[in-house]
Design a protein around this ligand. Structure first.
Ligand code: HEC
Length: 153
Protein backbone atom coordinates (compact mmCIF):
# COMPACT_ATOMS: atom_id res chain seq x y z
CA UNK A 1 0.00 0.00 0.00
CA UNK A 2 2.54 2.55 1.15
CA UNK A 3 4.84 1.39 -1.59
CA UNK A 4 2.18 2.01 -4.25
CA UNK A 5 1.48 5.38 -2.78
CA UNK A 6 5.14 6.37 -2.93
CA UNK A 7 5.37 5.25 -6.54
CA UNK A 8 2.34 7.35 -7.42
CA UNK A 9 3.74 10.39 -5.71
CA UNK A 10 7.01 9.92 -7.58
CA UNK A 11 5.17 9.58 -10.90
CA UNK A 12 3.27 12.75 -10.17
CA UNK A 13 6.44 14.57 -9.27
CA UNK A 14 8.22 13.54 -12.46
CA UNK A 15 5.24 14.49 -14.62
CA UNK A 16 5.35 17.96 -13.16
CA UNK A 17 9.11 18.15 -13.55
CA UNK A 18 8.90 17.19 -17.22
CA UNK A 19 6.08 19.65 -17.77
CA UNK A 20 8.10 22.46 -16.22
CA UNK A 21 11.18 21.56 -18.27
CA UNK A 22 9.18 21.46 -21.50
CA UNK A 23 7.48 24.76 -20.87
CA UNK A 24 10.69 26.69 -20.21
CA UNK A 25 10.92 29.49 -22.78
CA UNK A 26 12.70 28.27 -25.91
CA UNK A 27 16.21 29.53 -26.33
CA UNK A 28 16.63 31.62 -23.21
CA UNK A 29 19.32 29.44 -21.66
CA UNK A 30 19.55 26.62 -24.15
CA UNK A 31 22.87 24.96 -24.80
CA UNK A 32 24.24 24.61 -28.35
CA UNK A 33 23.43 20.92 -28.16
CA UNK A 34 19.81 21.61 -27.22
CA UNK A 35 19.47 24.18 -29.98
CA UNK A 36 20.86 21.97 -32.76
CA UNK A 37 19.03 18.87 -31.60
CA UNK A 38 15.93 20.94 -31.03
CA UNK A 39 15.83 22.33 -34.56
CA UNK A 40 16.51 18.89 -36.06
CA UNK A 41 13.55 17.55 -34.11
CA UNK A 42 11.34 20.42 -35.29
CA UNK A 43 12.29 19.84 -38.93
CA UNK A 44 11.61 16.11 -38.57
CA UNK A 45 8.26 16.96 -37.02
CA UNK A 46 7.42 19.25 -39.93
CA UNK A 47 8.33 16.49 -42.34
CA UNK A 48 5.98 14.00 -40.75
CA UNK A 49 3.26 16.67 -40.49
CA UNK A 50 3.73 17.53 -44.18
CA UNK A 51 3.22 13.89 -45.12
CA UNK A 52 0.03 13.82 -43.03
CA UNK A 53 -1.18 17.02 -44.70
CA UNK A 54 -0.64 15.39 -48.09
CA UNK A 55 -2.48 12.21 -47.06
CA UNK A 56 -5.43 14.04 -45.47
CA UNK A 57 -5.85 16.54 -48.30
CA UNK A 58 -5.76 13.75 -50.89
CA UNK A 59 -8.59 12.03 -49.02
CA UNK A 60 -10.59 15.26 -48.90
CA UNK A 61 -10.26 15.61 -45.12
CA UNK A 62 -9.63 19.33 -45.37
CA UNK A 63 -10.41 20.42 -41.83
CA UNK A 64 -7.84 18.09 -40.33
CA UNK A 65 -5.34 19.00 -43.05
CA UNK A 66 -5.85 22.70 -42.40
CA UNK A 67 -5.21 22.47 -38.68
CA UNK A 68 -1.93 20.70 -39.41
CA UNK A 69 -1.02 23.38 -41.95
CA UNK A 70 -1.42 25.98 -39.21
CA UNK A 71 0.84 23.92 -36.93
CA UNK A 72 3.50 23.79 -39.62
CA UNK A 73 3.23 27.51 -40.12
CA UNK A 74 3.78 28.07 -36.39
CA UNK A 75 6.70 25.66 -36.39
CA UNK A 76 8.49 27.65 -39.08
CA UNK A 77 8.18 30.78 -36.98
CA UNK A 78 9.74 28.99 -34.01
CA UNK A 79 12.52 27.62 -36.24
CA UNK A 80 13.71 31.14 -37.10
CA UNK A 81 14.84 31.46 -33.47
CA UNK A 82 16.83 28.22 -33.63
CA UNK A 83 19.81 29.56 -35.63
CA UNK A 84 21.78 31.79 -33.27
CA UNK A 85 25.42 32.64 -34.09
CA UNK A 86 26.80 30.02 -31.69
CA UNK A 87 25.02 27.10 -33.39
CA UNK A 88 27.02 26.92 -36.62
CA UNK A 89 28.72 23.63 -35.93
CA UNK A 90 28.67 20.45 -33.89
CA UNK A 91 26.14 17.77 -33.08
CA UNK A 92 26.00 16.56 -36.68
CA UNK A 93 24.37 19.73 -37.89
CA UNK A 94 23.68 19.90 -41.61
CA UNK A 95 23.18 23.63 -41.47
CA UNK A 96 25.58 25.36 -43.87
CA UNK A 97 27.64 28.43 -42.82
CA UNK A 98 25.95 30.28 -45.69
CA UNK A 99 22.91 30.67 -43.41
CA UNK A 100 24.75 33.16 -41.22
CA UNK A 101 26.25 34.98 -44.18
CA UNK A 102 22.77 35.41 -45.68
CA UNK A 103 20.69 35.49 -42.54
CA UNK A 104 18.03 37.75 -44.00
CA UNK A 105 17.53 35.59 -47.08
CA UNK A 106 17.34 32.49 -44.86
CA UNK A 107 14.83 34.06 -42.48
CA UNK A 108 12.78 35.37 -45.41
CA UNK A 109 12.57 31.85 -46.82
CA UNK A 110 11.41 30.57 -43.46
CA UNK A 111 8.79 33.32 -43.22
CA UNK A 112 7.63 32.67 -46.78
CA UNK A 113 7.28 28.96 -45.97
CA UNK A 114 5.21 29.88 -42.92
CA UNK A 115 3.00 32.33 -44.85
CA UNK A 116 2.50 29.84 -47.69
CA UNK A 117 1.08 27.28 -45.23
CA UNK A 118 -1.55 29.83 -44.18
CA UNK A 119 -2.34 30.65 -47.82
CA UNK A 120 -2.65 26.93 -48.43
CA UNK A 121 -5.46 26.65 -45.87
CA UNK A 122 -7.66 28.84 -48.07
CA UNK A 123 -6.49 27.44 -51.42
CA UNK A 124 -6.57 23.73 -50.87
CA UNK A 125 -10.30 23.04 -50.92
CA UNK A 126 -10.99 24.75 -54.24
CA UNK A 127 -7.85 23.50 -55.87
CA UNK A 128 -8.29 21.49 -59.11
CA UNK A 129 -5.05 19.64 -58.59
CA UNK A 130 -4.38 19.02 -54.90
CA UNK A 131 -1.03 17.39 -55.47
CA UNK A 132 0.25 20.26 -57.61
CA UNK A 133 -0.99 22.84 -55.11
CA UNK A 134 0.78 21.06 -52.26
CA UNK A 135 3.98 20.85 -54.28
CA UNK A 136 3.87 24.54 -55.06
CA UNK A 137 2.85 25.86 -51.65
CA UNK A 138 4.52 23.31 -49.34
CA UNK A 139 7.18 20.97 -50.79
CA UNK A 140 8.89 23.47 -53.07
CA UNK A 141 9.73 25.62 -50.04
CA UNK A 142 11.61 22.74 -48.39
CA UNK A 143 13.60 22.25 -51.55
CA UNK A 144 14.32 25.93 -52.11
CA UNK A 145 15.89 26.19 -48.67
CA UNK A 146 17.64 22.79 -48.52
CA UNK A 147 19.32 23.16 -51.91
CA UNK A 148 21.07 26.27 -50.68
CA UNK A 149 21.29 26.12 -46.90
CA UNK A 150 21.42 22.45 -45.91
CA UNK A 151 24.38 20.17 -46.56
CA UNK A 152 23.79 17.28 -49.00
CA UNK A 153 22.83 14.23 -46.96
C1 HEC B 1 14.24 28.18 -44.64
C2 HEC B 1 14.95 26.91 -44.63
C3 HEC B 1 14.27 25.58 -44.52
C4 HEC B 1 12.99 25.22 -44.89
C5 HEC B 1 11.89 26.09 -45.48
C6 HEC B 1 12.87 23.81 -44.61
N1 HEC B 1 14.04 23.32 -44.10
FE1 HEC B 1 14.41 21.41 -43.54
N2 HEC B 1 16.24 21.95 -42.84
C7 HEC B 1 16.82 23.20 -42.98
C8 HEC B 1 18.14 23.20 -42.38
C9 HEC B 1 19.09 24.38 -42.32
C10 HEC B 1 18.35 21.91 -41.87
C11 HEC B 1 19.58 21.39 -41.13
C12 HEC B 1 19.40 21.56 -39.61
C13 HEC B 1 20.57 21.03 -38.82
O1 HEC B 1 21.06 19.92 -39.13
O2 HEC B 1 21.01 21.72 -37.88
C14 HEC B 1 17.13 21.15 -42.18
C15 HEC B 1 16.94 19.82 -41.82
C16 HEC B 1 15.82 19.07 -42.15
C17 HEC B 1 15.64 17.68 -41.81
C18 HEC B 1 16.64 16.78 -41.06
C19 HEC B 1 16.42 16.84 -39.57
C20 HEC B 1 17.44 15.98 -38.83
O3 HEC B 1 17.02 15.19 -37.99
O4 HEC B 1 18.65 16.11 -39.10
C21 HEC B 1 14.42 17.30 -42.31
C22 HEC B 1 13.77 15.93 -42.22
C23 HEC B 1 13.84 18.46 -42.96
N3 HEC B 1 14.71 19.53 -42.84
C24 HEC B 1 12.62 18.48 -43.57
C25 HEC B 1 12.03 19.62 -44.11
C26 HEC B 1 10.75 19.62 -44.78
C27 HEC B 1 9.90 18.39 -45.05
C28 HEC B 1 10.49 20.91 -45.13
C29 HEC B 1 9.28 21.45 -45.82
C30 HEC B 1 7.99 20.98 -45.46
C31 HEC B 1 11.63 21.71 -44.69
N4 HEC B 1 12.54 20.89 -44.08
C32 HEC B 1 11.73 23.08 -44.85
C33 HEC B 1 16.24 24.29 -43.58
C34 HEC B 1 14.93 24.38 -44.04
Amino acid sequence: MLFNYTINVLKYFFCILIFVLLSLPANSEMSVEEIIKGRKALFSKNYSTAKKVQALASKGEFDKAKSLMIKMSENYKILIEYFPENSKEGFKTEALPLIWENKKEFNDLMTKSSDDMIKLTSLIEDSDDIRATLTKMMWSNCKACHSKFRAPH
